[in-house]
Design a binder for this molecule. Structure first.
Ligand code: FES
Length: 136
């Protein structure tokens, strides 16, 4: 596995929490979050709310996870962890974008071809000014 793509050790990703990461490709960056499903599978979604795309689901210490769902702290939208589907809230019906990740050699790797590397933590370059908002 390419070590530039290693995000965190596998055991750092739990079902009760999320781990934020920054993906890079050239000069482009974006943020994602990792979480674990009940069956142990590790999944990754983009770290913004489809309602207001400048709002992070995980602001650094972990997103709110309740009953197998990720909950946006701004207006309470909830997303099924297994699918990213929003089943409650102002963006009901929206779906979080996914990243392809692979668990191997004790780590979680970003194997999504769209991105070249990944690091744990928030992006310092993230531009929050250009996000679109879905009105109520
Ligand atoms: S910004 Fe997430 S529900 Fe409104």
């Amino acid at each position: 596995m390419n070590e530039d793509r290693r995000i965190v050790d596998t055991d750092e990703v739990t079902a009760e929490d999320t781990v934020v990461f920054t993906a890079r490709s050239g000069f482009e960056t974006t943020e994602g979050l990792l979480t674990r499903l009940g069956d142990g599978t590790v999944v990754a979604y983009t770290n913004y709310c489809p309602h207001w795309r400048d709002v992070r689901l995980d602001k650094g210490p972990g997103a709110t996870v309740r009953d197998e769902e990720l909950v946006c702290g701004k207006h309470g939208a909830s997303f099924e962890k297994a699918t990213g589907h929003c089943d409650f809230g102002p963006c009901e019906g929206a779906v979080l974008d996914t990243f392809e990740v692979t668990v191997a050699e004790g780590g979680v790797y970003l194997t999504d071809e769209e991105w070249e590397s990944a690091d744990p933590g928030l992006s310092e370059e993230r531009d929050l000014s250009s996000g679109s908002r879905i009105d109520f």
